[in-house]
Design a protein around this ligand. Sequence first.
Ligand SMILES: Cc1cc2nc3c(=O)[nH]c(=O)nc-3n(C[C@H](O)[C@H](O)[C@H](O)COP(=O)(O)OP(=O)(O)OC[C@H]3O[C@@H](n4cnc5c(N)ncnc54)[C@H](O)[C@@H]3O)c2cc1C
Length: 408
Amino acid sequence: MAAHFRIILRSSCKWTPKYSSIQPHTPILRIPKRFLCTTHTRKEARAFPSIFIAIGLIGTAAYYVLAPTSHKTLNSDSFIPYTITSRQPISPTSAIFTISPHHHDPSLPYLLPSSQEWKYPLWSVEFKQPEVQIARHYTPLPPTDGENTKDGTLSFYIRAIGGGEMSTYLNRLGVGRDVYLRGPHKGFDVLKRLGDQKNVVFLAGGTGVVPGMQVARAVLERDATTSVELLWAVRKREELQQCRQGASTKPWWNFWSTAAPAELTAEVEEPSAMGKQLARMKARYGQRLTIRVAVDEERTRFTERDIKDALAGGGRALPSSGCQLHDQCLHVHASEFEDPDTKCQCSPADRPGKNLLMVSGPDGFIAYYAGDKKWIGGTLTQGTVGGVAGVLQRKNPALANDWLVLKL
Ligand SMILES: Cc1cc2nc3c(=O)[nH]c(=O)nc-3n(C[C@H](O)[C@H](O)[C@H](O)COP(=O)(O)OP(=O)(O)OC[C@H]3O[C@@H](n4cnc5c(N)ncnc54)[C@H](O)[C@@H]3O)c2cc1C
């Protein structure tokens, strides 16, 4: 989920290449001589094709500006409007935004047909910044119990990054303002990758916890024998709990009584809006979902030992070389946006599947725990496994076989 740059808006792409491919002296329209009136002066004759060109350009531009867009509801080709219906501040730089589409869609593209359930275990949408024409991905928070998903409402946990174009723009918007979305964009198919295995460890930094919540929900709803350990690193405690006015910087909740990352129970004291969401998930899944939180400003963090302990519970998996879904080597050049043609190439008799170690957050966080992602030919790819995960794999080669590392 590292910083993502995408400056292309597909609607404008439709015509931009035509213009960008024009060479300085390439004629755009050739006017046959017979159409040129002989009584025209040379100057007028030269002006004639220019008029055609100008009319052509204006007509094309008018078409794209004025033509009604064929899409009114969420789709992966064009941006459609939503209105911000609520904004719950969490810290000075982060908030949960809830948005509703302008037009009701009876068959939302991210829901299973005739169901309230999400279709994908991991997905995101793009928001566009209309003033500077950029788009960035954001991850919808999974619906809480009893929430109606059919009305198209979506919620997002968004942090404003200092100097960040999109996130500071979004952070300035209040209730009633419009935002424009395109999607859904499918992420890694974690359920197929997990297959017959049962364990997911999700290490998240900051807003990277949201894909972790999506994955936890999908995996824990799949069957009652799965378990998820969600390790969430935040800079400040306020992401999880509201701080009292004038409270000491020392931990004062029982929850924070140890120097190591603490385990979250279903009863978080004075929870933030994110704390409430996590506590609800903990209450729903009980022992099957472990949530631990490390706070930078309290000098707690997830160490190599913590990750090793979290991985200790994974079952043994069979080797899966040559399978695009299960072979770590074949993930080196894979993008986190799943190719719809990606299929399991393992033998069904082998009951394919890998336990999953997933790492999501800012670039530096991912690099520290799992190694850098790499840009190859304009695509951000997984790269090799490095960082803490790489060290653990070298110390215990069985981990490299039993656990697939995925970076978001
Ligand atoms: C699939 C996916 C899902 C995402 N989901 C969410 C989400 O739910 N919530 C959310 O807040 N963000 C999410 N992001 C990140 C988001 O897309 C943007 O990258 C982020 O909001 C910064 O965009 P920007 O335009 O403000 O910053 P930019 O103008 O792109 O970057 C400004 C500077 O900030 C740095 N930077 C960018 N992101 C971070 C970061 N996270 N931490 C520290 N420095 C950073 C950049 O390297 C750059 O130097 C997601 C990204 C992806 C790829």
